[in-house]
Design a protein around this ligand. Sequence first.
Ligand code: ADP
Ligand code: ASP
Ligand code: MG
Length: 816
Amino acid sequence: MNIIKFGGTSVANAQNIARCITIIKQKKQEAPVVVVVSALGGVTDLLLAAAINASEKNEDYKPVLQQLEERHLEVIKTLLPATEQSSVLSHAKRELNRLETLLDGCYLLGELSERTKDLILSFGEVLSSYIISEVLKGHGEDAVLADSRELIKTNSRFGKAVVNFELTNSLIAGYFAENKNDITVLPGFIAQSGDGYTTTLGRGGSDYTAAIIAAALNVPSLEIWTDVNGIYTANPKLVKQAEPIPYITFEEAMELSHFGAKVLYPPTIQPILTKDITLHIKNTFEPEAHGSTISKVPEVKSQNPIRGISNVDDITLITLEGPGMVGVAGFSKRLFEVISKENINVIFITQASSEHSICLGIVDAEAKKAKAAIDAEFDFEIRQLKIYPAIIENGLSIIAVVGENMKNHQGLSGRMFSTLGKNNINIRAIAQGASERNISAVIDSRDVKKALNTLHETFFEDATVQLNLFVMGVGNVGEKFLDQIKSQYAYLKDNLRINVRIAGLSNSRKMYFEEEGIDLNNYKTALETGEPTTTDGFIAAIKQLNLRNSIFVDNTASNVVAATYAQYLKNSIAVVTCNKVACSSEYENYKLLKNLSRQYNAPFLFETNVGAGLPIIDTLKNLIASGDRVHKIQAVLSGSLNFIFNNFNESTTFYDVVKQAQTEGYTEPDPKIDLSGIDVKRKLVILIRESGYEMEIDDIENRSFLPQQSLDTASVDDFFDSLTTHAAHFNELYAKASAEGSRLKFVASFENGKANVGLQFIPKDHPFYNLEGKDNIVLFYTDRYVDQPLLIKGAGAGAAVTASGIFADIIRIGNK
Ligand code: ADP
Ligand code: ASP
Ligand code: MG
């Protein structure tokens, strides 16, 4: 005998039912088939809503009835030949009229008992099973409709009735011993109490119906047909990268479904586990896919100790605590007794070892009832201040990492919680079952998607890391940066297993967000459709999206933007910046940002603040981290000044060279910032701070080579004019240097706690002498590099190298 069950989506409409019919006919070739069906997708929810509306004297149930009628009659009209439609249509209409009478009754009485609710909900499966059996008959099949209510007997716990297995098993066995049709169709979900009332087995209960029948008939296997390719490593609706689990044990499947994998109703496993019946989960819409096979011993064993990650939403935590609980026996017994008396399902329990508090996770819907019952039970102790009234917290979810083999592996919980911690996911409670088959944590529901995805990445995705970037600034550097991401995307993914996505982008006018990543071929157009940019709005949008591994990238030179870094870091959002403002601001602020980065586990990287893409800061960090100490720094840190002094000679004017540097993009828009030495001071102060010294920018002596009048100019044009006015001054500098056989270099120095920047005459034998074009050079004299300094040299300015430096910082984060 083949037992197969089709879920709601599989029978949602005529087209889908036609697929089920094809599958049933195929199965029938092998052996007689028992088909268990759910209500048409969404119908149970509609019935429930209609019943509640009616009982609240809300007439909205009437259009719902209309909708239900249309959906069911449509299936009959589409799938049955016209000649056979009328009797089926009139039978279905009679059922729908009965339903209407019941709902009208609820409306008139203004009430809805649990018993009536079950009766109303049963119409979904009653109608679907009737229609499907008639369609099969219409196709000439030897099909019959059997009534689950006559075969499955339960107690009177409406809403989630408990099966009387002894009676049920014998009724089912008896029925099938007598009836030998090719195809028997049964409604899932519904059953009957001993005193003859319709009951239901709990939402999602059609799976259970199929399992009950399979166990009663002692078949070797059972198939559940649904709308996905089996049980996935995580809910495929929330985790894109989730994959079907091909082989899984009963216990693992039970654990995953208990913790929210809706694809299987949790009680389903119990009857088939006892009888060792293999369960196949298959996809009606992709029948050739393997699906999941659930059995006692998996056919193929996986190396991964983790089998899946699941989540249950709408959870309330109830905490019972108080000074009078410590060491006093019986509190938990009383607590659990009162909870069970109220039929409240406990999903999660933790008790601190101090016994000072016990914490339970239950579904939101039962929270009020639970609190009232607990407070009543402990009323005496509460009045004596031994126990506090039960504390209720809602809006929570449970996430659980599940795997049979977890007990044999150390460090899994460490990995789980550090992964969550890195993503700023606050954990409210933790439990690890004694079976060690799962570790579960209670978190804020808003963090569920992020938690599932980041845990999935950690445990299943061969170390592929998803980085979500939020980029401010699409000027020179920003544009190059986006180009580089676009061209390196495939390489990063294939070789470094880093998946980079630009989830947010802004220029000074507009900002635009896209959770799945902005298409970099069209970002300019997308940006135009965005909202007006504000720094607060940008942060708020990032927090709202709440994506894992979020990185804020500052490609601006703005003070306002630099002032927002602390807010990002405090939300565990990494900051990567080429903007020098923050790191060269007051030492206090620099230190604060570094501390926040440590405290919130959020990288704060600014390699491009000094020497564009050259790995200067990273090298310095490595030196310091390995215990070295920097004593002296000598450097040429201005690509612009180097370009200017390399091109300035007797055949050019100083004005022309500076103008050329500005036109070619080697200077700041206001070249005075470079020529006055301010920019070099900023870079030097950053190097000094990263070397471990406290220094303010004003502590650096500036030996400017500019005449006072040039320094005092108020506009860029005036500044340029002053370069011509003082042409003789600049020519003289050049002549003096060349007379000595030296070259002019703008040098930054730090030694014995003192720092200065200024123009120097560099003799032929000095490492700075041959510094060409717009290159930078840094010499570090340290404990280890005493006589021969550590030297880093190369292109130190330009949008492309700066962009590649930002890129390198991002990859550093991805590789962490
Ligand atoms: P049916 O109506 O066929 O019984 P359900 O809607 O009850 O189907 O269950 C299938 C759905 O379960 C999937 O569409 C998916 O959204 C959800 N789901 C949640 N967690 C998982 C998981 N781990 N694996 C597969 N599906 C899951
Ligand atoms: N129709 C019922 C429900 O939606 C049972 C099921 O589909 O399994 O809960
Ligand atoms: Mg289901």
